[in-house]
Ligand binder design. Structure first.
Ligand code: KG4
Ligand code: ZN
Length: 341
């Protein structure tokens, strides 16, 4: 009864054009075209993202089908990202998905991008793979979102904490930009931080109630610190880059996990998952694993390729929605902002 067949999935919410083919919960192909054009602007330029999606979408879908060895007429449904994301970028993927589904006479499955990040844990890579069992907590950390989500079932989610301003990824990307690193800065901070001393400089946690976060204060804290140091020594950033990256990454990850641990204790949940692009961060991954080990909890972190934006996660989320009876229709419109629940 858990069989859907072949699902084509399309992701185009930001600056990755991606298509995947799944056979139920297994990924047969997952093609990702990352738009390099944004690097020179230090952030995603929405108009350029839409244009690049238009250029990439046909070849990326073609390649996904080819790599999976699946013909168009074997597809059961097309899942696509309906939101949240950049409106123009979402339009490209959703219009393509709906047109192709109409031409093939098959249904669409519109998917919420952040739900898909969480559901990436259920992509089946092997028969012995451990997946979280319900209920579990998921810390979703991406360029646009930071939330602690209580996952009661694939379709029953509750946000128990979230950022009141910037997302964790944004805090890393903006800090990297101030230090002159390319966009997106998160992976560069990760790489450079591994070479530095995480305890050399101290930045303090913003105090926010409950299990919520605030990252804008932390970013400003870094900005003022750098201004002061640069005024004394213009080569400070250059000289101390690895130590600054390590120290800043240290406070961001400690802050994320301190609240996450408190939320787990409050909700009596012992399975802790990570999702979203920032879950590719090596320090965050290692610290979550260490925290869970020390408390006798279980941690779940998807493989790198399913952490940052990809269509395979859209496919697995579409698969679960299909089993629950969800189908889209041709009047479904993209949603630039769309709350998780
Ligand atoms: O989920 P994602 O690919 O796109 C959004 O939905 O936002 O997340 C992108 C974010 C960016 O902020 C990027 O800097 C961050 O994920 N990121 C990382 C790493 N890889 C990606 N941050 C820290 N360390 C990494 N290794
Ligand atoms: Zn994402």
């Amino acid at each position: 009864m858990n069989s859907v067949g072949y699902i084509l999935a399309i992701e185009s919410s930001c600056d990755e054009t991606s298509a995947a083919v799944l056979c139920n919960d297994r990924v047969l192909s997952n093609i990702i075209a990352t738009q390099k054009i944004h690097e020179k602007y230090g952030g995603v330029v929405p108009e350029l993202a839409s244009r690049a999606h238009q250029q990439n979408i046909v070849p990326v879908v073609d390649q996904a089908l080819k790599e999976a060895g699946i013909a168009q007429d074997q597809l059961t449904a097309i899942a696509y990202t309906q939101g949240p994301g950049l409106m123009g970028a979402l339009h490209v993927g959703s219009s393509f998905a709906k047109s192709m589904a109409m031409a093939l006479g098959i249904p669409t499955i519109p998917v919420h991008h952040m739900r898909a990040h969480i559901m990436a844990h259920f992509i089946r890579e092997s028969d012995h793979q451990q997946v979280p069992s319900f209920p579990f907590l998921c810390l979703t950390v991406s360029g646009g979102h930071t939330q602690i989500v209580l996952v009661r079932s694939a379709l029953d989610l509750e946000v128990v904490g979230e950022t009141i301003d910037d997302a964790a990824g944004e805090a890393l990307d903006k800090a990297a930009k101030v230090m002159g690193l390319p966009y997106p800065g998160g992976p560069h901070i990760d790489r450079l931080g591994a070479l530095g001393d995480a305890h050399k400089y101290r930045f303090t946690f913003p105090q926010i109630s409950g299990f919520n976060y605030s990252f804008s204060g932390l970013k400003t804290n870094l900005l003022y610190f750098l201004r002061e140091k640069q005024a004394e020594d213009t080569s400070f950033i250059e000289r101390e880059l690895t130590n600054i990256c390590a120290s800043y990454q240290h406070v961001v990850t400690e802050y994320l996990l301190a609240r996450y641990e408190a939320a787990a204790l409050k909700h009596g949940v012992t399975q802790l998952a990570l999702a979203g692009g920032v879950s590719a961060n090596s320090v965050l991954r290692a610290k979550l694993a260490a925290l869970c080990e020390s408390r006798g909890w279980q941690s779940f972190i998807p493989p790198f390729s399913y952490c940052t934006d990809n269509a395979a996660m859209i496919g697995i989320c579409g698969y679960q929605q299909w089993l629950a009876g969800h189908r889209g229709n041709l009047s479904d419109a993209p949603k630039a902002s769309w709350s998780l629940v």
